[in-house]
Design a protein around this ligand. Structure first.
Ligand SMILES: C[S@@+](CC[C@H](N)C(=O)[O-])C[C@H]1O[C@@H](n2cnc3c(N)ncnc32)[C@H](O)[C@@H]1O
Length: 221
């Protein structure tokens, strides 16, 4: 699950089974997590420029497009994935669907990007929100993906603003994920990051969680 070719195959096969495009959602769709995401895009003072949002490992999920559509404040949503097949499917879908955002200054883009290299596309301290639905999970569950997962976390903390947040939606139990997050942050010398967890809910007998990582001032150096 950490291999680009495997994901390309997955999205090619999924789309060939459904000739009419349908978003594929890992775990659940936007409605289940809207209340965790949208409050983070409401600031007391109007930001001078659009809030920068990344859906990391977007696949063909509707999450990024829904954030773009529903944000009251202007947002610039980047939906990034290592799979060019997923990225192309989403570009074509959005072109065909032409979503109207609540805020006319909002923008959305789809990008082929390996999230172990976020800093090649985003400047340090430049993103307000990173959303990860199942991507770090996929890496952590791969034989050779655990190092990549730690690298992705490091990259997230580099490109997030100190006021920003990384939200991870996962079915991994807090006993395991909180330890992993705290250890990975500590191992990388990223001492000043807070980690929290809330329950998203139970779906088909599985409990899902929202992990929030917030960098503090000195981690983006
Ligand atoms: C479990 S799926 C989740 C997809 C989507 N977020 C959703 O909710 O449906 C994991 C996604 O991560 C992408 N991915 C895996 N490794 C990646 C990497 N190194 N950089 C960017 N995306 C990656 C895969 O292509 C896949 O789309």
């Amino acid at each position: 699950m950490d291999k680009k070719s495997a994901w390309d195959r997955f999205y090619s096969e999924t789309s060939s089974r459904n000739p009419n495009f349908k978003n594929f959602e890992w775990f659940f769709g936007f409605d289940a997590v809207r209340d965790f995401i949208m409050p983070l895009l409401q600031t007391a003072s109007l930001p001078p420029s659009p809030l920068q949002v990344l859906d990391m490992g977007c696949g063909t999920s509707a999450l990024g497009p829904c954030i773009y559509r529903d944000s009251v404040l202007p947002v610039r949503v980047t939906c990034a994935d290592i799979s060019p097949v997923a990225v192309q499917l989403m570009r074509e879908h959005l072109q065909a669907k032409s979503i109207k955002p609540l805020n006319v200054s909002s923008h959305i883009e789809f990008l082929e990007l390996d999230c172990t290299q976020l800093d090649q596309h985003f400047a340090a301290n430049s993103l307000d929100l990173i959303v990860d639905k199942g991507t770090i999970d996929a890496l952590l569950r791969s034989k050779e993906g655990t190092e990549k997962a730690a690298l992705v976390l490091k990259q997230c903390l580099r490109v997030l603003r100190s006021s920003g947040s990384l939200l991870q939606f996962s079915d991994e139990d807090p006993d395991a994920r909180l330890v992993w997050l705290e250890t990975a942050i500590g191992d990388q010398g990223l001492v000043a990051a807070d980690v929290g967890v809330q329950e998203v809910g139970v779906l088909r007998g599985v409990c899902y969680y929202c992990y929030e990582v917030t960098p503090q001032n000195d981690v983006n150096k």
